[in-house]
Design a protein around this ligand. Structure first.
Ligand SMILES: [Zn+2]
Length: 262
């Protein structure tokens, strides 16, 4: 049987081996409440998914309907345990509305022949390992090219060089070849919603071959890993959680000492 890896799983190993071990090997990764950034990102994705499904169904969607979809979803799904490290809830809500308004204005009337939304992709890299992921949107354009579209909702803007070396969408290119045929032309498209920018890249067959080999090397490296150092970075959920546990322990010990004095 083929063992499946995702881009995010590979990223977790690259960022924090200890977190990877906790999540995928020991399976003790804590159920940490999600951050407001993650919440906002998933709701923006859901509204765009809805938009394209409506359009695929032959309906035209007005801007205020799209914003309403986002707002209703926000109110239905928001919960008080969502982590907010800085700013107010309302700032994030307004940010989400702005993402959608900008996206709508820039991309209307959405007649670019979207053939799939939130498409699950599974394919093998060799006889032992495979890749699994979800493509936000697939377009078959009028030149007969397949376009892999991805929405990014974080503040980070990438350079063209970074996109030309990006692993995630290039892996989806490999996956699309399994679904639609080896000889298809594929364009990779990113929508950086926080910057209202669209950027593109593409891969040659040689680059795809190299990507396949490098990804297999990385998986092999993970399989042979015996030391799992923590990254210790502030934004790492695992490392932040560990730190909070240590703080709890300190408070507890101090309390323990106090009670032994009395
Ligand atoms: Zn970490």
């Amino acid at each position: 049987m083929v063992e499946l890896y995702s881009h995010s799983r590979l990223c977790l190993y690259e960022n924090c081996p200890e977190a990877y071990k906790a999540k995928y090997i020991d399976r003790v990764f804590p159920d940490i409440p999600r951050s407001i950034q993650l919440f906002l990102g998933s709701l923006a994705h859901e509204s765009l998914e809805w938009l394209y499904k409506e359009i695929k169904g032959g309906r035209s969607v007005e801007l205020d309907e799209l914003v309403k979809h986002f707002a209703n979803n926000w109110h239905a799904q928001f919960s008080p345990d969502i982590r907010i490290n800085s700013g107010e809830v309302g700032d994030y809500f307004n940010k989400g509305v702005k993402f959608l308004v900008d996206y709508y204005q820039r991309n209307k009337p959405f007649n670019e022949n979207t053939i799939e939304v939130e498409r699950k992709i599974i394919f093998s890299l060799d006889e032992d390992y495979g890749i699994m992921g979800y493509v936000d949107r697939i377009v078959l354009n009028k030149d007969g090219e397949y376009e892999v579209h991805d929405y990014k909702t974080n503040e980070m803007m990438k350079t063209q060089e970074e996109l030309d070396a990006d692993r995630q969408l290039a892996l989806y290119h490999l996956g699309l070849r399994e679904i639609f045929g080896k000889d298809i032309n594929v364009k990779l498209v990113w929508h950086f919603l926080a910057h209202n920018r669209r950027m593109e890249s593409a891969r040659t067959p040689e680059e795809l071959g190299k990507l396949r080999a490098e990804t297999l090397d990385l998986i092999e490296k993970i399989r042979n890993t015996t030391e799992w150092p923590a990254c210790g970075k502030q934004w790492c959920d695992w490392c932040a959680w560990k730190k909070s546990q240590e703080l709890d322990k300190k408070v507890f010990t101090r309390k323990g000492n106090l009670s032994s004095w009395s």
